[in-house]
Ligand binder design. Structure first.
Ligand code: PNS
Length: 168
């Protein structure tokens, strides 16, 4: 049973890998809830660079200073995940208008499926408005510098993983 008075939010995503933009959203949204649960989607149909467990570990290692943040992986629908942890708010970051249409559709579909859960959008910090995990991976694959895109703690892990992949 969940403590009904506790305000719980979820921040679902792929986080493959977590970027500074994600971390900024986690830090800001964690202040809005008693507990923020970062949900790492494990999608067996989509090949990710990092396994869900690796992504969870990386996010834990960079959010250790935020004491009301928990990180866990989930499978299936975000709204089912939200329900299972007693969350009523789903957080998403909006970088630019290009995100808007898809995010709006997703929020409305989620709301139709689960009216007790609302999506809130945080505008990303302008410093990270262009950032995405896919571009970070692309830059890393071509041995570009990703220092200004990902938290310092995970930088060696991303480089190592990309190197492993390119040697396959
Ligand atoms: O980081 P991403 O890839 O932009 O995150 C997308 C995510 C994980 C939030 C979205 O794909 C999702 O919620 N997937 C789980 C399945 C689901 O609930 N789909 C939305 C139904 S409208």
């Amino acid at each position: 049973m969940h403590n009904v008075r506790e305000k719980i939010g979820i921040y679902p995503g792929s986080f493959d890998p977590i970027t500074l933009g994600h971390l900024d959203i986690i830090g800001r949204s964690s202040k809005m809830f008693d507990k923020l649960i970062v949900g790492v989607l494990h999608n067996p149909n989509k090949k990710a660079l990092f396994s869900a467990d690796e992504r969870v570990k990386m996010i834990r290692s960079v959010t250790g200073h935020l004491c009301n943040v928990e990180v866990t992986s989930f499978e299936g629908l975000s709204v089912d995940f939200a329900r299972s942890v007693g969350a009523h708010v789903l957080v998403r970051g909006l970088r630019a208008v290009t995100d808007f249409e898809y995010e709006l559709q997703m929020a409305q579909t989620n709301h139709a499926m689960c009216p007790e859960i609302d999506t809130i959008f945080l505008t990303t910090d302008l410093r990270y408005a262009y950032l995405s995990s896919s571009l970070v991976k692309e830059v890393a694959y071509f041995d570009g510098n990703i220092e200004m895109f990902v938290p310092a703690e995970i930088l060696p892990l991303v480089k190592e993983k990309v190197m492993e992949e390119t040697q396959k």
